[in-house]
Structures are given as structure tokens and as C-alpha cells.
Design a protein around this ligand. Structure first.
Ligand code: ZN
Length: 442
């Protein structure tokens, strides 16, 4: 499912000539000066013969490069990327270890979707990388279809708490510093690796009402911990509900970070969700459901091309309705009707199956994606629909997918052909009517 070319939605990012299997980041950071320095070790596999590898890196200065342990001087740094050149063509299948030393004062990069990436805060920093912000803090092959494992060691002033994507390891203190380590042992797209540095503390966060042994962590400033724990009290019920619907939780752990500051939108990353303090309100429960659902859809089941973003966002929005229905709020059908009515009043000028880079995070993509799923439920029936969602999430756990695969799976579970449904919802801009609700079962 890996693409042979650069993603047309992010044409300036990534190199299709190689894949990264593992990143080992060993970074030091001084919050007061926002200075980052360290090394990134990339274990790469060459995918096609080439005499050059391109690594995305934005706003940071290259120190030195080693290839398989030896200093390598044929390197050029441009504003968006490093180009590592070789005397002879590398063969497809060849494996190399690239060690990149770099440093600088990281900042968000400008993009068509605003300023994304490493962001300095009043008291610390965070990373919000979707879709192309990862190179603002480490050199990478910034492709949505290049999923790697990560080991992160992050050293900073001892008064700061560090949370990153991955299972946390021991914290080591030395002098005025502490080193934090994280192992992210599931294939992960670069944009889904997050980092938080702040005046935080961690509290245990129950992840299941059925199984008390399952505990994640809530990371937030100590002063707001009590209120935050209350706001996230529905998490165990949500996790149980989503496991019923989508199959076993696909990540090794879960960290919820609630920052000291307000954030415009919450952010999903692998095994981690980030909210602003402004999301600590009961009315924001749908956002918790949305971001948790991304652990299945987007983070585990991952799209190979940004064009298919509806497979992430439509499913996460549908999960909001599933939670609403199960927790005493409006039913799935009522949510669908309300959102359909709202979309019907907005311009109908984008294609869900290929919205274009500018509109890929447009709310109309998100909600129309969820409405497509509701149309599918009403067409194939609730039983087949539940089977479809569960099989989609479990059979594609930590795999790359595309819309064609979803269509094939849905059709294998449907008694009738679905061509008209796909055409109307995915390939035509006009908003289709929702099919009528099937009569309730006797
Ligand atoms: Zn989302």
C-alpha cells in the first residue's frame, strides 16, 4: 500500500526512495532558551536504486552526518531538507544507519494549514505536527505512509516533566537535568509522534470499567489535576464502548495530556491525546470520544495517502455519535440528521474521496465521512455494519489502508451492490439524502 511517489497533498515532503524502520532520537532541550540539540539515528531501507537520500528538516542546523558509523561529508542542507549523496548508487533492499547531529531553536513551520510542529509555550513546549510539522524537531522521511518505530531519549531541566508518544521508561536524574525515555513499539507515521515539556505531573487514569488493571496516565499541571481528572472520568466507559464496537484497543498505552494553556483544537498522536485546559468541560466530551477513536482509526488503521483523510476523520466523528447514543445523549440517527441538515446549508463543492490539500481538514469532510457511514449502516443493516467496523479495525491493525479496501470489505458484507452509495457520497460534490431508517427489529 506504500506509495511509489510523493503524496500530491504534501508534495514538498518525504522521499519515496527509502523507508525508515526505526528512529532513535537522543535530544537535549533547554526550555528557557528553547534550544534543542542532539542526534537522530535513522535505520533505513533503500526501496529503489538511488545515489541520494532526502530527509526533511526545517529550521534546525545540521551538525554532522554518519553513515553506518563513518563520517559522511556529501551532505547539503536546504531550507526544507538534507540531501545525503553517495558515490555509488545504493541498491534496493540495502540497509543503512544514518546518524544526524543537529541543533537550533525549533519553531513551527509555515504550511498551507497554518503554523505546525514544535511550539514553544509560556512554560515548556509541545509538538502538534499534523500533517507536515515533524521536521520542525527531527530529521525524518515525512510521509504518511512511512511508519516506523521510535526510541526517544529527552533530557531537560529537572523541574520540567516530559511526555512523548511511546511507553515511558525510567527517568534518570543527573546534575540539574533529568533524562526521560520512551519506546514507541508500533509502526507510527511521523506526524503522530508528539512531545510535551511542561510543569506537569502524572496521575493514574483508569482505562476500563471492566478491568481495573488497565490504567493509563493523565498528564497536566498539578494545580488543575483534580478538575481535569473529573473532566476525563468518562474515559473508561468510552474505552469499553469502543472496544465493543471497534475491537481491542490497538495501542500499548494511553496518555492524555491537558496543557496549562488553551488550545484551539485537541490533537491525536500515537497512544496519546492532547487537550487544552479549555476542553475540560462536559460539553467537550464529544472531543474526548473523537480523539480516543483516532487510536483505532488514523493511528492504528492508517491511511497511505492524505486524500483518504475521511477514513480517519469520518470514523472519529461517527465514534462521537456512538458515544452520544450510548451515554444518554442524542441517538446516532438524531446526530446524523442534525449534521446532515447543517451540511445541506453549506457549500457543496468538495469531493469526500479526494477533497484536495486545502480542504482536507475541512469540517465538511469530517461530518460527511461520518454521514457516509450512517448511510452505509442504513443500507447494509446494523448487524453487518457493526461487523464491518470491527473487521476494518482489527484486520488492519497498524496497517496502511485506502478507500478501495474499505469499499471491498463493505461490499463483502453487503447483500446488495453499493456502487450508487460510493458514487454519491465519495465522488460527487452534492450532499446525498440519508437513506430512511430501517424499521425497528420486532
Ligand atoms: Zn480528528
Amino acid at each position: 500500500m506504500r506509495g511509489a511517489v510523493t503524496d500530491p497533498y504534501t508534495p514538498e515532503s518525504g522521499d519515496p526512495r527509502y523507508a525508515v524502520h526505526r528512529y532513535a532520537l537522543d535530544l537535549g532541550y533547554t526550555p528557557r532558551t528553547n534550544r534543542l540539540s542532539g542526534t537522530a539515528e535513522l535505520h533505513v531501507e533503500v526501496l529503489r536504486p538511488t545515489a541520494e537520500l532526502r530527509l526533511d528538516l526545517v529550521g534546525l542546523q545540521l551538525g554532522s552526518v554518519r553513515v553506518d558509523g563513518r563520517p559522511h561529508r556529501q551532505v547539503k542542507q536546504g531550507p526544507r531538507a538534507l540531501r545525503i549523496r553517495f558515490d555509488r548508487e545504493l541498491d534496493a533492499g540495502q540497509r543503512l544507519v544514518l546518524e544526524i547531529a543537529y541543533s537550533g531553536r525549533p519553531s513551527p513551520r509555515r504550511s498551507a494549514w497554518g503554523r505546525i510542529g514544535w511550539e514553544e509555550l509560556e512554560n515548556g513546549a509541545l509538538v502538534a505536527a499534523q500533517p507536515t510539522g515533524a521536521p520542525s524537531w527531527f530529521p525524518c522521511n515525512d510521509r504518511i505512509d512511512d511508519r516506523a518505530r521510535y526510541a526517544i531519549r529527552f533530557t531537560t531541566d529537572r523541574e520540567f516533566f516530559v511526555a512523548a508518544s511511546g511507553v515511558p521508561g525510567p527517568v534518570k536524574a543527573r546534575g540539574g537535568k533529568r533524562s526521560w525515555s520512551f519506546e514507541l513499539d508500533v509502526p507510527t507515521a511521523t506526524y503522530l509522534v508528539a512531545m510535551h515539556v511542561g510543569g506537569y505531573a502524572a496521575s493514574p487514569l483508569p482505562l476500563s470499567e471492566r478491568d481495573a488493571s488497565r490504567v493509563g496516565r493523565l498528564v497536566t499541571p498539578a494545580a488543575q489535576a483534580k478538575r481535569t481528572l473529573r473532566a476525563y472520568a468518562p474515559v473508561p466507559r468510552m474505552m469499553d464502548l469502543f472496544e465493543e464496537w471497534f475491537g481491542p484497543y490497538p495501542q500499548n498505552d494511553l496518555t492524555i495530556v491537558v496543557t496549562e494553556e488553551e488550545l484551539e483544537i485537541p490533537l491525536e498522536s500515537q497512544g496519546m491525546v492532547t487537550f487544552g485546559v479549555n476542553h475540560n468541560a462536559p460539553a467537550e466530551q464529544r472531543l474526548i470520544a473523537h480523539e480516543l477513536a483516532h487510536q483505532w482509526f488514523g493511528n492504528s488503521v492508517g491511511i497511505a495517502a492524505w486524500r483518504d483523510i475521511w477514513l480517519n476523520e469520518g470514523f472519529a466523528c461517527y465514534a462521537e455519535w456512538v458515544w452520544s447514543d450510548a451515554s444518554g445523549g442524542p441517538s446516532i440517527a438524531a446526530e446524523a440528521a442534525a449534521h446532515h441538515a447543517r451540511l445541506a446549508r453549506l457549500p457543496q463543492d468538495l469531493l469526500l474521496g479526494d477533497p484536495g490539500p486545502k480542504d482536507m481538514f475541512d469540517d465538511r469532510v469530517y461530518k460527511r465521512g461520518a454521514l457516509l457511514l450512517e448511510a452505509l449502516r442504513r443500507t447494509i443493516g446494523a448487524v453487518a455494519f457493526r461487523r464491518l467496523l470491527r473487521e476494518w479495525a482489527t484486520a488492519n491493525r497498524h496497517r496502511l489502508v485506502g478507500t478501495a479496501q474499505f469499499i471491498a470489505l463493505a461490499e463483502s458484507l453487503s447483500a446488495e451492490p453499493l456502487d450508487a452509495l460510493w458514487r454519491a457520497w465519495l465522488r460527487e460534490p452534492r450532499l446525498p439524502q440519508l437513506p430512511p431508517l430501517p424499521p425497528p427489529a420486532p
